[in-house]
Design a protein around this ligand. Structure first.
Ligand SMILES: [Zn+2]
Length: 398
């Protein structure tokens, strides 16, 4: 890491990232990075247990979050330079980049394994499981980070307007809203496009995905045909159904297909790897050990106490594996993890693919000067909500 002094109050830090190259971040973001709550992400693997199948997949939420903050800044810069009439302010830049930086702070040990398998098992019906998942935990951690490190004063020093900018950041982390009456409090409706940058609820095309697709492929050793720079350069805000949405030039439609196809390939090839699944099932060691590792606290209690959650990372694996407690449950949990380490895994018998009857052939339609792309990989891809513009002069009058 290099330090370049700009003036007495601000220091520009440059991070050398294997995926994006040299990344410059605002000093306020660097102050957030240098807190225990953010540093914790160094110990949360991005792909959970997949490193036990793909040896290179040891990258963490730490570098992913920095990458997302970088891409969020790049996308905003493109929009701001090409469309000054959007009136993207310095505060908008900071809010979106902070939300991008903090969007995954709520992940538990081994990322989705925690909120996808562990918590539903030990706390069935809990509101965290039913509604909130890691996004709410990210907001809780963001609040804890601000409070414990006196960051509100720093945020004001850099020109943020509190409390509305904090509200905006939290809404951005919680994914904003899809349609209907405008209910966001942090920004008025004329800034609706800001809510599609970090976590896009409308069509899933966001900088979070742009970073993790390229990064995951890089560390898994899987070729990645997706080029986020091309999408980024063609992004433009257009009025669609009386709301400002981020749209992409029709020429990059193939890149959008490429993005969802890369996601599909990543899931099929790596994230749904059969041995990976078998190892994930072995993670009931965490369930067995819950409430036994510490006499007065359960692992699952940490979701209600962010100071405890700050200490809860992938290290829990070693904690269970290396304890020598004679308690029957802990011995059982230890034995399960020893099986993983020594590769004593159940044999894979077979798999069944889902019925693909519902998948439709892709087609183009030209409605109200907008091209709609129909999803053909999965309904989840939400490609049908991706708006493309044909001619910026015609479609996006100033
Ligand atoms: Zn993410």
């Amino acid at each position: 890491m290099y330090l370049v002094s700009i003036n007495r109050f601000s220091v520009l830090q440059i991070f050398n990232d294997p995926v994006h190259g040299h990344i410059e971040l605002h000093p306020l973001l660097v102050q957030m990075i240098d807190t225990p709550q953010f540093q914790r992400l160094r110990y949360i693997k991005q792909l959970g247990t997949k490193y036990l199948v793909y040896p290179g997949a040891t990258h963490t939420r730490f570098e992913h979050s920095i990458g997302v903050a970088h891409l969020a800044g790049c996308l905003l810069k493109t929009l701001h330079e090409n469309q000054p009439e959007l009136n993207i302010t310095k505060q908008d830049f900071l809010c979106v980049q902070i939300a991008a930086l903090c969007h995954d702070m709520g992940h538990g040990p081994f990322s989705h394994l925690f909120d996808g398998m562990f918590i539903p098992e030990v706390l069935p019906g809990n509101i965290y499981v039913v509604l909130l998942k890691h996004e709410q935990a990210s907001v809780d951690m963001f609040r804890c980070m601000r409070k414990k490190n006196g960051l509100d004063k720093e945020m004001e020093r850099y020109g943020l307007n509190l409390p509305e900018d904090i509200q905006c950041i939290e809404e951005l982390i919680l994914k904003g809203q899809r349609d209907g009456q405008w209910s966001m409090k942090g920004r008025t409706e004329d800034k609706s496009f800001l809510y599609e940058i970090v976590a896009n609820k409308v069509n899933g095309i966001d900088v979070d995905k742009w970073d993790y697709l390229v990064r995951d492929c890089y560390y898994l050793g899987i070729p990645c045909g997706f080029d986020s720079q091309r999408l980024l350069k063609s992004a433009r805000v257009c009025n669609v159904n009386e709301r400002k949405h981020i749209c992409f030039r029709d020429k990059v439609a193939d890149n959008i297909y490429g993005m969802f196809h890369t996601r599909y390939t990543l899931h099929r090839q790596a994230l749904q790897h059969k041995i990976g699944y078998i190892i994930d099932v072995k993670w009931d060691a965490l369930v067995v050990a819950d409430g036994k590792l510490s006499p007065d606290r359960k692992i699952s209690d940490a979701i209600d106490d962010m100071l405890e959650y700050t200490k809860l990372t992938d290290h829990v694996f070693d904690q269970i594996l290396n304890q020598s407690d004679s308690n029957a449950d802990l011995a059982k949990a230890r034995s399960i993890l020893q099986d993983v380490v020594n590769r004593r895994l159940p044999k894979f018998v077979g798999e069944a693919r889902l019925n693909e009857k519902e998948l439709k052939v892709p087609y183009w339609c030209n409605k109200t000067h907008l091209l709609c792309v129909k999803a053909f990989f999965s309904k989840k891809a939400k490609l049908h909500n991706a708006y493309m513009y044909i001619n910026s002069e015609l479609l996006c009058p100033p």
